[in-house]
Design a protein around this ligand. Structure first.
Ligand code: LLP
Length: 421
């Protein structure tokens, strides 16, 4: 459930009309709902009770420092994949003891900074990374708490580009070699084994692949304990999917996920960590854009909007569906007609939706893309020299700009012309 609803025929974020925000900040803009973020985080936290647990929000989904502060203040930990994300979490006031560091390519410089600033654990993804971390930690006289990200060879049944737990994927160490690599880790200076990590993919709409992976994790926990390792934490990764359409999708809820986790891992006496990103932020955000033109071509009609693939790349990159709502609610019974919703970028891939049934929205009117709070603003670029879209956070009846739209001067000033030109 989210807090984006029509009231008196106008789309609101909580108690604020979207059109008020548009008047104040211009279009396009990303709009997040604090109540929805809070609700999604709390659902996950409660779903794991009474197991000891830490919900480590996957910062990559939406890394705005205000979003991180809101979640951090609720007690969230953070899952980061770069020192940039780590520093954002720190800037939001999240203590190092609640930050886990994932990713296949952590550099020694990043490891050093994280050890210096405090870190809950590194989720190590390869033997060379393990050796590198040992060298860095030992040289600092520090001890790096680690889990190994184990690749369980389970097909998550999701989009090819966001599936991560099959043996052909680049992530983690093969489960078949896990015991051997843990034995090596236990001998290395500066390394302290604390648990096991997995993450099998994103936007999973079925619990079966999770259950298959966590069953392997339970077996591995027992085997590693028998080998003499202290396994006290199990990091289950993220990946639980969200509904992208209002009509026919009903992915499992955090409560269903929590019940499965308790059934499969509940008797191991471990602290559970999970790394949800999309489920917390996805349906807590919308991208609001203005229609520039309605264009009738020979065979179809186009709605050209002022947002483009550089602002929200998911449709172009994954063929992803986002529901699109008119900000002024259509009159009941008004006929819908098929349109292609496109942005102004000079590529045919800059298409948000093809032959989407829409009410007769006119030039100058606003439309909103649902489910854009995760992997939206964070994946934006300035392609075609378009300014990055501002971000707004709503809470109750007020809102604040949490990232300004830059000016053209600021964008251009980042380049420099060498003296010899
Ligand atoms: N933990 C790890 C190690 C991850 O790699 C990811 C996502 C997550 C947690 C969070 O997964 P979530 O709960 O959000 O599904 N840009 C793509 C999604 C990429 C996900 C990458 N990893 C999209 O727009 O669909």
């Amino acid at each position: 459930m989210d807090h984006f609803l029509y009231k008196d025929g106008q789309l609101h974020a909580e108690d604020v009309p979207m059109s008020d925000i548009a008047t104040s900040v211009g279009t396009p803009f990303y709009c997040y709902s604090a109540a929805t973020l809070t609700r999604h985080f709390t659902l996950f936290k409660e779903a794991l009770e009474p197991m000891p647990s830490l919900v480590c929000y996957a910062v990559k989904a939406n890394s705005n420092v205000a979003v991180l502060k809101l979640l951090g203040d609720l007690g969230a930990g953070m899952d980061v994949v770069s020192i940039g994300e780590y520093l954002r979490a720190k800037a939001a006031g999240v203590p190092g003891e609640r930050i886990v560091f994932s990713g296949v390519g952590k550099t020694p410089a990043e490891m050093r900074m994280a050890l210096d600033g405090g870190i809950r654990q590194f989720n190590v993804e390869s033997e060379p990374e393990l050796e590198a971390l040992s060298i860095v930690a030992a040289s600092m006289g520090a001890e790096a708490p680690i889990t190994l990200r184990v690749n369980p060879d389970v097909d998550a049944g999701t989009h090819e580009k966001i599936s991560t737990g099959r043996k052909e994927d680049k992530f983690g160490v093969p489960i078949s070699r896990a015991r051997e690599i843990y034995a090596r880790a236990a001998k290395l200076p500066g390394i302290k084994v604390v648990g096991i990590d997995m993450h099998i993919g994103s936007q999973l709409t079925d619990l079966a692949p999770f259950e298959a992976a966590y069953t392997k994790m339970a077996e591995l926990t027992r085997a590693l304990r028998a080998d003499g390792h202290q396994i006290t934490r199990l990091d289950l990764g993220g990946g639980l999917g969200i509904p992208y359409t209002r009509s026919n999708e009903a992915p499992p809820l955090p409560t269903d996920y929590g019940a499965m986790v308790k059934r499969v891992l509940g008797d191991l006496d471990c602290e559970i960590e999970i790394e949800p990103g999309r489920l917390i932020a996805g349906n807590a955000g919308m991208l609001v854009t203005q229609v520039i033109y309605r264009k009738q071509a020979e065979e179809r009609e186009f709605l050209i909007v002022d947002a483009a693939m550089n602002d929200l790349i998911r449709p172009a990159m994954y063929g992803a569906h986002h529901d699109i709502l008119p900000v002024t609610e259509a009159e009941p019974g008004v006929p819908l007609s098929p349109v292609d919703l496109v942005g102004p970028i000079c590529e045919s891939g800059d298409t948000f939706a093809k032959q989407r049934a829409m009410p007769p929205v006119k030039a100058g009117e606003l439309v909103a893309f649902r489910s854009a709070g995760a992997y939206g603003a964070v994946m934006a670029s300035e392609y075609n020299s378009r300014l990055l879209v501002p971000e707004v956070l709503v809470q109750g009846d007020h809102f604040a700009v949490i990232r300004q739209r830059p000016t053209y001067d600021e964008m251009i000033a980042r380049d420099s012309i060498p003296a010899w030109l």
